[in-house]
Design a protein around this ligand. Sequence first.
Ligand SMILES: NC(=O)c1ccc[n+]([C@@H]2O[C@H](COP(=O)([O-])OP(=O)(O)OC[C@H]3O[C@@H](n4cnc5c(N)ncnc54)[C@H](O)[C@@H]3O)[C@@H](O)[C@H]2O)c1
Length: 546
Amino acid sequence: MDLVLVGLPGSGKTAAGRRLARRHDAAFVDLDEAIAAAAGRPIPAIFAAEGEAGFRARERAAVASLGPADPAPGLRRVVATGGGAPIDPRNRWLLYRGRRAAWLDGPAEVLAQRVRRSANPRPLFDGRDPIGRMRELAAARARFYAPALRVNGIIGVAGIVAALERHLDEPLPAGTTLLRAATPIGTYELGEGNAVAGVLAALAALEARRAIVVSEPRAWEVAGAAVADGLAAAGLPVERVLLPEGEPAKRLAVVEEAARELARLRAERRDPLVAIGGGALGDAAGFLAATWLRGVPLVHVPTTLVAQVDSSIGGKTAVDLPEGKNLVGAFHQPAAVVVDVRFLRTLPSRQLRAALGEAAKMAALGDERLFELLEEEGAAIAAGEARAFDDGALAEVVERCGWAKVEVVVDDEREAGRRIHLNLGHSLGHAIEVAAGYEGILHGEAVAYGLRAAARIGVAVGTTPPERAARIEALLDGLDLGRGPLPHPPDAVLAAIATDKKHAGGRLRWVLPTAAGVAVRSDVPDEAVAAAARSVLAGAAPEALR
Ligand SMILES: NC(=O)c1ccc[n+]([C@@H]2O[C@H](COP(=O)([O-])OP(=O)(O)OC[C@H]3O[C@@H](n4cnc5c(N)ncnc54)[C@H](O)[C@@H]3O)[C@@H](O)[C@H]2O)c1
């Protein structure tokens, strides 16, 4: 078994790791030393010559060179990582899966003192107030360290070694948590095979005496039953409320029936609901949680890619009416969102691909790494290729999209400001869904057309540089999204946009791509919208517009 030590600079990873390895006759790897040796120069010189990006690339290579986790019992190897190594999702995928990980933690003031006294130069601290810098790093990195076993790092090397030794014989957990954060909109956790442990932790934090699982037949089959079994095995009584599969769950009649089921179960304020399913199930179960007894705690376990990257985060719950989608709803933030990417393995390719329309939108909002990742691996993810699951590509997409949404919502919970950026691609996307009567086209597929249209409108009104628009369209081509003509008459789509414009008081706010993000414009001429809409609906290339 490997033991991986993570933590801030100065937390004693190298000293404790070396001592522990020696005591157990295990190999010892100091990643920073390995990086310097491979580069033939010390780390400050790598930073000076190649910048932080160059160093991080070398760090990724060093982590990958650790090879597969060694499952044999006993301590075989101790790996001391650089403080920043777990920032990279792919590094965590390699460092945390199948290996024991420990986080040497301590107050920023103490760690800053140590860094100041150390002979070891640290480029990230160059010329800066060390305590302030350490606090910044602690806040920015806690979510990456949190999945590891937390050990006090300021009790001296012998104390740390003794603390680590107490855990060496414990069995490794069944699944892997890759990220955990306490946020103002609830706990957010992501991992692989982590659902049971994550839900148990969330329910324990809520002091729940039982779990009321709300699911639907397909999600129950692929995820809910196993989670319920795990909760029951841990001694928690489990009740089950099943809603219909898919969009039919989002009806007031269904919510009424489910609420009556809760009444029969005598569900109380302190009985959280655990919603296990895709976006439709989550929206309906969320609305139930928002309204039952005027609101009970909710734990989301999203099982589709749409739900993992988007709908489980942000607190929007709703049901549909014959007059329109999502017309009756409430904001109700979940106490916890537990994302387990393993559930995505059973998801049909069309669902994966469509959800990547939302992921492409998140990339276009300004996550350069996500953009590259989708360019390189999006097609494999969309096709459901095992490689994309096994090498952590899909988990990285889920993390980047999910965390970006967490940050936007924390900043602007009620859509008064920045949250509107998430509507990129949605103005036309929504109009297409309305024109289609929500039949035959998935939400993410419609968003992909909308994203193309936003890029074309952006070029026409001078907001989007043509190279950026071309890159967005090429990404969508690679994902095989938003291509080919749609059967909906352009006039029906434009009529839906006109209705949205009327509801918006005559000024529709268009979110349009810029060189590296988005801008919001309320002065987009109708002709530019019509031209872009007609061209994407016809499946025409952007050149046809010019
Ligand atoms: N609240 C929000 O912020 C928000 C954001 C985006 C979308 N939404 C809503 O989400 C809904 C769409 O979500 P969705 O795409 O997840 O649809 P969905 O919930 O209908 O799920 C799609 C299908 O996948 C099945 N499924 C679920 N998990 C599976 C798994 N692991 N393996 C195999 N099949 C599985 C479901 O049974 C269903 O048939 C829409 O109602 C939309 O309005 C809400």
